[in-house]
Design a protein around this ligand. Structure first.
Ligand code: DGP
Ligand code: NA
Ligand code: NA
Length: 217
């Protein structure tokens, strides 16, 4: 039917934000809601997938079992995203909407927050990844994030570091060739979900038949 066809439009939607902003919860809720409303096979992806060999290295770094040099871990995070690209392209070309829980922007924001890294170097390994049609930035102050559960157990989870990550995200958001939308992550899960869902649906309508772009190219 026509309604089905309309809903078959694919989009690549990235969720970004500081740690504990609620990206994973909102990603799950969004995909469930799209599926319930008849969107064909919406797919949730964690590009920082800890199950692959590269992902296991990253995981042991995050839990402080392993120390890795800063450039090295940056490239591993990027490699972990590239591992998913053939599957992502296949799905997007089939008209499947993909929601990614973090993307290249986290890669750049976390590394550049360490200082001594130029933004350009940080972006380079991710140049050419499938370009998101929408980047939802879940805004939450590092103080509010720190009050949410479990904060402080992994590497990077300090308020001072997260404050720097936030500043790096703000630099990236100045790029107007990308479709950034800031949403207030201090709202209730339900209210935030409704806002995210309507932004996602708007984007899915807009991108119908638009060719897939390449990030930062
Ligand atoms: P998550 O499971 O999404 O909370 O991510 C775990 C941690 O890894 C979190 O502190 C953010 C960080 N992280 C995610 N993606 C990247 C990346 O591409 N590069 C770096 N350096 N850190 C990342
Ligand atoms: Na985390
Ligand atoms: Na998460």
């Amino acid at each position: 039917s026509a309604a089905w066809e309309r809903r078959a439009a694919r989009a690549l939607i990235a969720l970004e934000g500081v740690d504990r902003a609620g990206k994973s919860t909102q990603g799950r809720r969004l995909v469930e809601a799209l599926r319930a409303e008849g969107t064909r096979r919406p797919h949730l992806l964690f590009p920082a997938d800890r199950t692959t060999e590269i992902g296991q290295l990253i995981s042991s770094y995050l839990v402080r079992e392993k120390n890795l040099e800063d450039h090295t871990i940056h490239l591993l995070f990027s490699a972990n995203r590239w591992e998913h690209v053939p599957m992502m392209k296949e799905k997007l070309h089939q008209g499947v909407t993909i929601v990614v829980d973090r993307y290249a922007f986290s890669g750049v924001a976390f590394t550049s927050a360490k200082g001594n890294f130029c933004l350009d170097w940080c972006k380079q390994p991710d140049v050419g990844l499938p370009k998101p049609d929408l980047i939802l930035f879940l805004q939450l102050s590092p103080e509010a994030a720190a009050e949410r559960g479990n904060f402080g157990r992994e590497r990077y989870e300090t308020s001072s570091f997260q404050e720097k990550v936030l500043q790096s995200f703000y630099c990236l958001m100045e790029d107007k060739t990308l479709n950034w939308k800031k949403v207030d992550a201090s709202k209730s899960i339900e209210d935030l979900h409704r806002e995210i869902k309507s932004l996602a649906e708007e984007t899915m309508q807009e991108v119908q038949n638009k060719p897939l772009g390449e990030l930062w190219k």
